[in-house]
Structure formats: C-alpha cells, structure tokens
Design a protein around this ligand. Structure first.
Ligand code: A3P
Length: 341
C-alpha cells in the first residue's frame, strides 16, 4: 500500500477473482436474473461486483479494537439496529433536531463493509474512507461468522448480531425479493413467484446469504463462548422490551446511560426516533435508492412479529418448525413466533 492509498481501494487481482468465481457453484434464484454463488458454504448474490468486494473486505480490512460491527442475516432487523446503534453512540454529538438520522437512511450512516466500503457501485458518493470515520467506527456485514476477516475475530472490536424468527424472516425476505426483482428486471408482474416457492428455496438454504440457520447458529455459538465480544439480539425481544435492550446495547458498547439521562427520558427519545413509525415517515426514507437497486422505503414494511400468520399454510409452518428443531437441536437457541403484546 502506498502512503496515500486508501485501505478500501487496494484491489485484488482481477484474474484471480475470475478464476475463483469460475470454480464456485452457482445457481439462479427462482427463475430470476439473480445469480447466487456458493462461497465458503454460503450463497452470495452475484451482483454489484459483490464477490470481488467480499474478497477485498476479507483480505484488507483491519479491525480496530474500538470498532463496533453489526452482523446480520438479511431482513432480520438490520436497519432498526443500525439506527439504534447510531443514535446511542452519537447521542452526545448532535442536538436532537440535527440528528443525521433525520436526513439520512440508516444504511447511509452505518456502512456495509462488503458493499458500501469495498464495493464500487454507489448511488451516493462514497462518504468517507475507513480512516476518516469517527471512532468508534460503526460498520455492518452480512457475512457469516466463519467468513469474517481474522482481525474482526482476534481484535477487541465488538459484534452485535441481530436475529429473527425464521417465519417472519421468510415473509420479509419474500416481499423484499419481489420489490428488488421489479427494480432490476423491470418486471412489474414478478408476483408470479409464490411464497411457497420462495419458502422452499429458503428452507433448502438457497437464498441470499443462506443457509439461514447456519448463519444464525454461527454467531450464536460465538456469543456463548465470548459474551463480551458478541451480543446476540433477537428482533422479537427488541419489540417486546425495546427499553431493556437499548440499555443493554449501550452497556455492551461501553456507553451506558447515566441515571440523569434515564430520568431525562433519553432512552425513550432514542426509541421514538428509531421507531419504524417515525423512520418510515421521514422524507429521506420515502424515496431514492441504496446501492442502485434497493429502494429506501422497502427497508420499512410492517415491522411486526407474527406477520407470517397471514402467509403460511399449516403444512408450511410445520415444515419450517421441523427444520428449525433439527437445525437448532442442542444449541439452546429458540425464537418467539408471536408477539407477546
Ligand atoms: P418486515 O418486512 O417484516 O416489515 P432489515 O433491516 O434486516 O432489512 O430487516 C427489515 C425488516 O425490519 C422489515 O420487516 C422492516 O419493516 C423491519 N424494520 C425496519 N425498520 C424497523 C424499525 N425501526 N423497527 C422495527 N422494525 C423495523
């Protein structure tokens, strides 16, 4: 690396990338144009030079001890966690009415490493390079634990993993997939992929960043082995008791709320700012796209626990429950399927 070269601009050898790509299994998702490539046991979307930027991230990223990294399987609450983490960590930096969350989509504030940082397909200009991000750097990845760069695993940086029950994750992924397909294929009639078909592929692991259970269990095990390093959160818990988990998050990242802040209602203000009701109504989140194809508004749909009850037949539910039992056996991990409110 030359003195002025940015870490995220060190490229990997193009020929090597092509060579590696050719050797990997590929599938096309549900008759769409979306190709998935199986790399290190997980299916990665073959878009936006994604594979190349994943390699760049894996090889060149140097985690700092102060970094805070959100990891997630798609559609499990990433956007929500990004907004909460950003609001908690930056609560002393901005006056209330100038919070950047009011003017930026959460994905524009907490960057995804394998796409926003190392990728080259931006709709918005690359805002900062890694060395310019204020400390602690807030970053995100959809990579499974096993594929993370060594420095994330060995440094003292912290990982916040958000998970969600598989039934709601499938429903949320399905609607996001339909939206995305309309945008990239220009196919207004893409609804001909049924949720049954989508669910079938999801259960077989054939889904972007899947298989789902392996992704979740990878981080779950780390959170048990190294609770100071990995905080494992569940979407359903966050919905049930947002206050408790926002405080837990703040403690985990070393910025607990003082009793003065608590009595002044700072926790509640953050919860309100980051609520789906509020974020959805902000002008900045109503139009425009993230990374060329992803409409900003499609990250805010219902935000409920149990939406699956409106979508699945009893036999589909049984199939997913059986799969879940099988995959989570012996892990002591379980999910709430319905809202307790
Ligand atoms: P639904 O499709 O079930 O509504 P991700 O951010 O990982 O892509 O996950 C998207 C899911 O989180 C969507 O779920 C979305 O509506 C929900 N979501 C987004 N922002 C949220 C918020 N502030 N509070 C609760 N849920 C939110």
């Amino acid at each position: 690396m030359t003195e002025n070269q940015r870490e995220e601009e060190i490229h990997v050898d193009e020929e090597e990338v092509q060579h590696l790509m050719q050797s990997l299994p590929k599938i096309t998702l549900l008759n769409s144009k979306l190709e998935l490539v199986n790399y290190q046991g997980f299916w990665h979307p073959h878009i936006l030079n994604y594979f190349k930027s994943t390699l760049m991230f894996q090889r060149h990223f140097h985690a700092r001890n102060t970094d805070i990294i959100i990891a997630s399987f798609p559609k499990t609450g990433t956007t929500w966690l990004k907004s909460l983490l950003f609001a908690v960590v930056n609560r002393f930096r901005y006056p209330k009415n100038q919070n950047p969350l009011l003017k930026h989509h959460p994905h524009e504030l907490v960057f995804r490493l394998e796409v926003d940082v190392y990728g080259d397909a931006f709709e918005y200009p690359r805002p900062h390079h890694l060395n310019e991000l204020p400390s602690p750097r807030l970053l995100h990845t959809h990579l499974p634990y096993t594929s993370l760069p060594e420095s994330i695993k060995t440094s003292a940086c912290r990982i916040l993993y958000i998970s969600r029950n598989p039934l709601d994750t499938i429903v949320s992924s399905y609607y996001f997939f339909l939206e995305y397909m309309k945008n990239i294929q220009g196919d207004q009639d893409f609804n001909h992929v049924t949720i049954e078909e989508f669910c079938e592929d999801f259960c077989a692991g054939r889904t972007a960043h899947g298989p789902f259970f392996e992704h979740v269990v990878g981080y779950w095990k780390q959170s048990l082995e190294r609770p100071d390093k990995v905080l494992f959160l569940k979407y359903e818990d966050l919905k049930d008791d947002t206050r408790f988990y926002v405080k837990k998050l703040a403690e985990f990242v070393g910025m607990p709320f003082s009793s003065k802040e608590e009595s002044e209602g700072v926790v509640e203000e953050i919860i309100e700012l980051c609520s789906i009701k509020n974020l959805k109504e902000l002008e900045v989140n109503k139009s425009g796209v993230i990374n060329k194809f992803f409409e900003k508004k499609s990250y805010f749909r219902k935000g409920e626990v149990g939406d699956w009850t409106h979508h699945f037949t009893p036999s589909m539910v049984e199939r997913i429950n059986n799969l879940m039992q099988d995959k989570l056996e012996g892990t002591a991990l379980s999910f709430k399927m319905l809202s307790s409110q």
